[in-house]
Design a binder for this molecule. Sequence first.
Ligand code: SF4
Length: 351
Amino acid sequence: MHSDRTPASSDSVTAIILFSGGLDSRLAARLVADQGIRLLAVHFTSDFLPDRIPADVSGTTAAAAAMGMELRTTDITDELIALVENPPHGYGSELNPCIDCRILQLRHAREIMARTGAAFIVTGEVLGQRPMTQRKGMMRHTEKEAGVAGRVLRPLSARLLEPTLAERAGWVERRRLCAFSGRRRTPQIQLAEQLGVTDYPAPAGGCRLTDPGYALRLRDLLCHGGLCRADLPLLPIGRHFRLGETTRLIVGRDESENDMLSASARDPDVLIACTAHPGPTSLLRGESSGENLRTAARITARYGKGRDEAVVEVKAWGAKTGCWNVPPAGRNEFTPLLIAGERGGSCGAGS
Ligand code: SF4
C-alpha cells in the first residue's frame, strides 16, 4: 500500500507523474514542480502504440531530464492484452478498454508510490477531454478501483474538481492550478507560452486500439483463438485474409511492408512471393496445408505484376519450401476472405 505519512512541507514531498511526454503531461509536471514538489515520472508504453517509439527517441526521456525528473518506463502490453480479451468495464468506441487501462496505470503508480514513499499521483488529464475516462464520476471511480482515492491531482483541471490530498495538506496551492475542461487545446497552448514550454511534440496518432481498421483485424483474432503478442506488429500492415479458423494470410502492400513481413516470420510461418514478376511478399500463419498454401500463392500472385498471366511461378520458404505454377486469383475471387471493410465480428467480440 502507499505511504500514509504526511510530509511536513512541500519541500520534502515526492509525487509520481504519469508522463506521456505530450503537452498536457509536461504542463501538469510544470504546475506541480513549480510549487516545490519533487516528481518521479512514469512512462507507460505498449505494442498498441504506433511505431513503438522508445522513450529516449521520442524525446520523452529528454523532456523528463530537462525538468529534473527521473523517468521510469513500464511496458504494459501483456496486461493490456488481457484487458482487451476481457475488459471488466467494457470497450470504448472500438476495442479500447480505456477505463481498465487507466485503473491499471494508476495501480502501477500506486505500487511505485509504496516503493518510493511518494505521497500522491499527478496526471495531465483534462476534465471532459475524453468521453470515457475523463468525466468527474469516472475519474473518482478509477481512483477508487486503483486504491488511490483522493490522491490523484490533475493540475490542468484541479479547480473544477474536488480538492485532493495534495491540496488539503497544503503541499500545492489550489489557486496556482488550472480550471481547463473540454477538448479545445487553446488554453493549454496559451499556458505553454506563459510557462515557456516550447519543445512539446505535435499530438501523435495515439493508441491503435481506438482505430476502426486496426480493431477490425484485432476483433478477427479475438474471434479465432485469441491474441498473441507476436501477432500485434502484423496488425497495422498489409492486406489480411482469413483462410481458416487458425490460418491468416498477410500480403505486403509495398517494399517496406514486404520487409517487415519477412522480418516478422517465425516458425512455422511460410513466406510466399512470385519468382519472375515483381509483387508482394506474403506471410502465411497457421495451417499451411496444401489447400491453404495454394490459395495463399494464388492471392499473392493476384497482387503481383503477373496478375493477368494464365499462370505465374510462386516460391515459398520458411516452414514450407518449394516452387509452383499457379493461376493468379480472379479479381474478386477471394474478397469474402478479406478482413476489411465492414465493421463488427461474427463472434460479437467488442460489440
Ligand atoms: S486509448 Fe489505449 S492507452 Fe489510452 S487509455 Fe485507452 S486503452 Fe489505454
